[in-house]
Design a binder for this molecule. Structure first.
Ligand code: PLP
Length: 384
């Protein structure tokens, strides 16, 4: 049975072009980029090229790109650096719908005596910028707000957020793990201090990330040790993955616009097809302002996990809430923050597409899903 992979917000397939450029770095060019000999030293130019490709995608300078192991590390490093360089500031502003990489770190910091403001969202997952303005204080060390939500795809107005936060001279971090390459982001025009990126959400491998640090921003490393990344992140450079991520960013820069316009059409086909065929279904998120890849749908009176298990029998992969929080039967913190009614929140499925998704796969899903929902509703104790 072939797999229909509609879980691209959890992770993506490595692009064949990315795999190809990585291969020689495993087979022949396996040296350590920090070595004195030329066999290792020659890798410096590969790393430099990747830095340029990434910088080019987001309108940054190559020296503002620091390689990390993942999005979580980049998020953590940005926040911890802000706290370390401003030891007298003990307040952080974030949103109630951030990824656990931020939420769990903030909850940990709360236990250590920091004060955290979790900005609420409305029923469509949108922020109230007036609330953001009100939340900023003299002792706010950093504001951390994602560009796009991983569960619903809802996009926050980063430009306006940056304006509000930087007017007060406060550090601003944005988790752009889900949005980078999919929606525009130009750091030459946006005064954001830190960004977190992750390779495996844009067709590069798992285990490589980037922390963008704006030139001139005061910074302290989180991982100390060697002098790699100009002292900003210790650890031997993961050269093959760095090269792969550079290529993935180049592909996103060259083809992203057309790719994601097509993906949005397929996403809409799926969403509209489901809404037509199934009753008591609700789309979660800001429909007018979402990632082109994502739809989060609640099927009333049934459990999302049951739908997933039945879709799995047809080789269809999706997710209930965030991949990182599934395993728990509680509705996700994102849907709870949006006040999605209990009987709907439990039946939420996230479908996330990629440039490899085909119309045949969408049609197959549209054929399979409605009878599954019908069958589960007949067994449901919550049925109307
Ligand atoms: N931030 C967001 C918005 C995410 O969706 C994810 C992964 O799901 C992460 C951070 C964590 O990235 P990584 O898996 O590279 O640590």
């Amino acid at each position: 049975m072939s797999v229909i992979y509609l879980d691209n917000n959890a992770t993506t397939r490595v692009a064949p072009e990315v795999f190809e450029v990585m291969r020689p770095l495993f087979e022949e060019l396996y040296g350590n980029a920090s070595s004195m000999h030329s066999f290792g030293g020659q890798l410096g130019k590969y790393i430099a090229k990747s830095r340029e490709q990434i910088a080019n995608l987001i309108g940054a300078l190559p020296e503002e790109i620091v390689f990390t192991s993942c999005g979580t590390e980049s998020d953590t490093t940005a926040i911890m650096s802000a706290l370390e360089v401003q030891a007298n500031k003990r307040h952080i502003v974030t949103t109630a719908v951030e990824h656990p990489a931020i939420i769990n770190l903030c909850q940990h910091l709360e236990k250590k005596g920091y004060e955290i403001t979790y900005l609420p969202v409305d029923e469509q997952g949108r922020l109230d910028l007036f609330e953001l303005k009100k939340s900023l204080r003299d002792d706010t060390a950093i504001v951390s707000i994602m560009q796009a939500n991983n569960e619903t795809g809802t996009i926050f107005p980063l430009e306006e957020i940056a304006q509000i936060v930087k007017e007060k001279g406060i550090l601003l971090h944005s988790d752009v793990v889900q949005s980078v390459g999919k929606v525009p982001l130009d750091m030459s025009k946006m005064p954001i201090d830190f960004l977190a990126l992750s390779g495996h959400k844009l067709h590069a491998p798992k285990g490589i990330g980037v922390l963008y640090i704006r030139k001139g921003t005061r910074f302290r490393p989180f991982l100390r040790g060697g002098h790699q990344e100009r002292g900003r992140r210790a650890g031997t450079e993961n050269t093959p993955y760095i090269v792969g991520l550079g290529k993935a960013c180049e592909l996103a820069k060259e083809h992203g616009k057309e790719d994601y316009a097509r993906v949005a059409t397929l996403r809409d086909l799926l969403e509209q097809g489901i809404c037509k065929a199934v009753s008591d279904v609700k789309v979660n998120g800001d429909i007018a302002n979402r990632l082109p890849t994502t739809t989060n749908m609640s099927f009333g009176y049934i459990e999302g996990e049951s739908i997933l298990l039945m879709l799995d029998q047809y080789g269809i992969c999706a997710s209930s809430g965030s991949a990182c929080t599934s395993g728990s039967l509680e509705p996700s913190h994102v849907l709870r923050a949006m006040n999605v009614p209990f009987t709907f929140a439990h039946g939420s499925i996230r479908f996330s597409l990629s440039r490899y998704t085909t119309v045949e796969e969408i049609n197959k899903t549209l054929e399979v899903l409605p009878p599954i929902v019908e069958r589960l509703r007949l067994m449901s104790p919550f049925k109307k």
